[in-house]
Design a protein around this ligand. Structure first.
Ligand SMILES: [Fe+2]
Length: 288
């Protein structure tokens, strides 16, 4: 990617959004696969490092509050779930179209893997929709405000968050009230009361929260919160309901990470099944 040395940085350093998920697979290889380098700090691609540098620098308390003001009114669009899937599909990266799957194919792969395991229908639907929040990119948000590991803002950053050294560039690091263990929150007060870094997880949670059971909502809201569901950090902010929710997030995570290697699903053949499933839980249109 061409970089103008006079500019401070390229706002979207990833060649494609999926580059972040490829990096997750390097950090968390499938069980039975060879352990990859644990020292991701030196092996990560420069584009991925730069992406996290921007993410950790700019995800401040004020930024998150501003994005919530902007998006939680859900006044961007009115559309159905399938329409949102087709809208997300217009997000075309500069990757090779012969080797890369479309966004709908990615979503169906996760859903099909969940379905093949005989999981409940709400779980299959959760897999189908869990990444629809990535349409934030189509609303003009930079990559670092759409994807990436999520983490609480307004309290001390855990060293279990990927690339913790980049938090030094975040202006919240200099605010003493944000750098105690619980920061602006109560111990054990529950994740629902904390501000997570802004991205596709939190946005989609607010869009669909009236339509799915709480287990599915936990999967959607915290699937990128790797410091918690993979590393066990931030337990001191959680209540018992959050700890139960994390079990569901952990149940979902293998489908998110490890369903992508298989062949592309036949989207048109599967569409009637998924349209029925969507109609079981969602009205024809919802606010985005
Ligand atoms: Fe995701």
């Amino acid at each position: 990617m061409a970089q103008n040395p006079l500019e401070e940085s390229e706002p979207n350093p990833l060649g494609e959004l999926d580059e972040w998920e490829e990096f997750l697979l390097e950090r968390y290889p499938a069980p039975g696969e060879k352990a990859s380098f644990r020292d991701y700090g030196t092996t990560a691609r420069p584009s991925v490092r730069e992406f996290y540098r921007l993410n950790h620098r700019f995800q401040t308390v004020d930024f998150v509050k501003e994005k919530k003001r902007q998006y939680l009114a859900k006044s961007q669009r009115v559309m159905g779930i399938w329409e949102a899937m087709e809208f997300l599909n217009t997000l075309v990266d500069d990757s090779d179209p012969d080797t890369e799957l479309t966004q709908i194919e990615h979503l169906m792969q996760a859903a099909q893997a969940i379905r093949a395991d005989g999981q409940p229908r709400w779980f299959i639907l959760t897999g189908l929709i869990h990444d629809l929040g990535k349409i934030l990119c189509l609303f003009g948000e930079p990559q670092w405000a759409v994807v990436g590991d999520t983490f609480p803002v307004g309290c001390r950053y855990s060293d279990q968050v990927v690339f913790p050294e980049f938090f030094r560039e975040n202006t919240d690091s200099a605010i003493a009230g944000y750098q105690t263990d619980c920061g602006i929150y109560e111990p054990g007060g529950g994740l629902d009361h904390i501000h997570m870094s802004w991205g596709h997880d939190e946005y989609l949670y607010h869009v669909v929260k009236d339509h799915l059971p709480e287990e599915g909502l936990a999967m959607i809201r915290y699937h990128s919160f790797y410091a918690a569901h993979r590393e066990g950090a931030y337990n001191h902010l959680m209540n018992d309901a959050d700890r139960r929710g994390m079990e569901w997030v952990r149940a979902f995570n293998p489908y998110d990470l490890y369903s992508k290697a298989h062949e592309a699903p036949d989207v048109e053949a599967l569409r009637p099944y998924y349209e029925d499933l969507i109609a079981e839980f969602f009205p024809a249109e919802i606010n985005w």
